[in-house]
Design a protein around this ligand. Structure first.
Ligand code: ADP
Ligand code: MG
Length: 298
C-alpha cells in the first residue's frame, strides 16, 4: 500500500482501539493465514480465582489448614505470576495474614516456584510436571485434578518435604467476547491456533468451548517461538496475540505481533500492534481494514 492509504488504515484502526505502531505490520495483516493465540490473559480475562481447594493435613484440624495456607501465601508472595495473586488472595481470605517466611525462593519458568520453610523442608508449588520431576508421588490426587481440569480449571499442587500437601483449582473465565471473535477470525479465513503453558486437559476444555481444533499445551516461551518459526518455514504467514513476558519472543518472531493493551510492557514493546480494548475483535478489525486498504488502491 502507499504510505497515504496505510495512514488512513492506521487512523481507522485507532478508532476501534487498535494502535498500530508500525505501518508495515498493518500491511502484512492482510496476508496472514494463521493466528496463534496465547490462552491465559489473551483468550481469558487473566484474573484467575481459586474455586476449589483440597488440603491433606497431617494431624487434621484448622491449625494444620492455616499452616499450609500460610506456606502457600509465603511462597507466592515472591512470584509475579497471575496464579500467584489468586492463591495469595485465597489464603489471606481463609487464614488471615499468616504468610510464612520462606528461604531460597526460586521461580521455575512454566512450572511454578520452589523454596524451603523455616525447618528446612523443601517446598514446591506449581503444576504436575514440576512436582513429578522432583519425584513427588501425586497418587489419587491426579484423578481429582483431572476432574477439575475438565472444567477448565488450572490445578496447582503444593508439596512439603517431598509429600503432596494440597491442591488448588483455579478458574480464569474467558473474556466475554472471545468466542464471537474467534468465529469472526475463522470466518475471515484464518487458521486459529492456541499455544499455552497450561496443561493439556485445561487447554483441551478451553479449545473445545471455543471451537479451536488446533492447540498445544505445556509449552515454554521458547516452544511458542519455535512453533511460529516452524509454521513460517512451512509457508504460513503467522500473526501472534499475547499478553505476557513469556509471549515476547513469539510476538517478536511473528509476521505481525498483537499485544493485549492490559498486558505486560515487554509484550507491548515486542508487538507491532496493540489492542487497547484487550479484545480479539481488534485483530479481526485490523485484518479487515488491512484487506480493504489494499483493495482500494488496486
Ligand atoms: P501460560 O501463561 O501460557 O499459562 P506460564 O508459562 O506462565 O504459561 O505458566 C505455565 C504453568 O506453570 C501454569 O499454568 C502453572 O501451572 C505453572 N506456574 C507458573 N508459575 C506459577 C506460580 N507462580 N504458581 C503456580 N503455578 C505456576
Ligand atoms: Mg498469557
Amino acid at each position: 500500500a502507499t504510505p497515504i492509504s496505510t495512514m488512513v488504515g492506521v487512523g481507522k484502526a485507532a478508532e476501534q482501539g487498535v494502535l498500530v505502531r508500525n505501518g508495515e505490520a498493518l500491511q502484512t495483516a492482510s496476508r496472514l493465514t494463521t493466528l496463534v493465540v496465547d490462552k491465559t490473559g489473551t483468550l481469558t480475562e487473566g484474573k484467575p480465582r481459586v474455586t476449589e481447594a483440597h488440603l491433606f493435613s497431617a494431624g487434621g484440624g484448622d491449625d494444620d489448614e492455616a499452616r499450609l495456607l500460610g506456606l502457600v501465601a509465603g511462597l507466592e508472595r515472591g512470584s509475579e505470576h497471575p496464579l500467584a495473586s489468586a492463591l495469595v488472595s485465597y489464603c489471606e481470605a481463609r487464614a488471615g495474614d499468616t504468610a510464612a517466611e520462606v528461604r531460597d525462593f526460586t521461580s521455575v519458568t512454566g512450572g511454578g516456584v520452589r523454596a524451603s520453610d523455616g525447618d528446612g523442608h523443601a517446598l514446591l508449588l506449581g503444576n504436575a510436571r514440576l512436582l513429578e520431576e522432583a519425584g513427588v508421588d501425586l497418587g489419587d490426587a491426579a484423578e481429582r485434578a483431572s476432574q477439575w481440569e475438565k472444567q477448565a480449571r488450572t490445578v496447582v499442587y503444593l508439596a512439603v518435604g517431598g509429600e503432596l500437601a494440597a491442591l488448588f483449582g483455579i478458574s480464569d473465565p474467558l473474556r466475554h467476547d472471545t468466542a464471537t471473535a474467534v468465529r469472526r477470525l475463522q470466518a475471515d479465513g484464518l487458521r486459529v491456533v492456541m499455544l499455552t503453558g497450561d496443561n493439556r486437559h485445561t487447554a483441551a476444555a478451553i479449545a473445545a468451548e471455543l471451537g479451536i481444533d488446533d492447540f498445544q499445551a505445556g509449552l515454554l516461551p521458547e516452544d511458542k517461538h519455535a512453533e511460529i518459526e516452524r509454521r513460517q518455514q512451512a509457508g504460513e504467514v503467522v500473526g501472534m496475540v499475547g499478553d505476557g513476558i513469556n509471549d515476547a519472543p513469539a510476538l517478536a518472531r511473528a509476521d505481525v505481533g498483537f499485544a493485549i493493551g492490559q498486558g505486560t510492557d515487554v509484550a507491548i514493546e515486542s508487538a507491532g500492534i496493540t489492542l487497547m480494548r484487550g479484545s480479539l475483535h481488534g485483530v479481526a478489525a485490523a485484518i479487515e481494514i488491512s484487506r480493504a486498504t489494499l483493495t482500494n488502491i488496486k
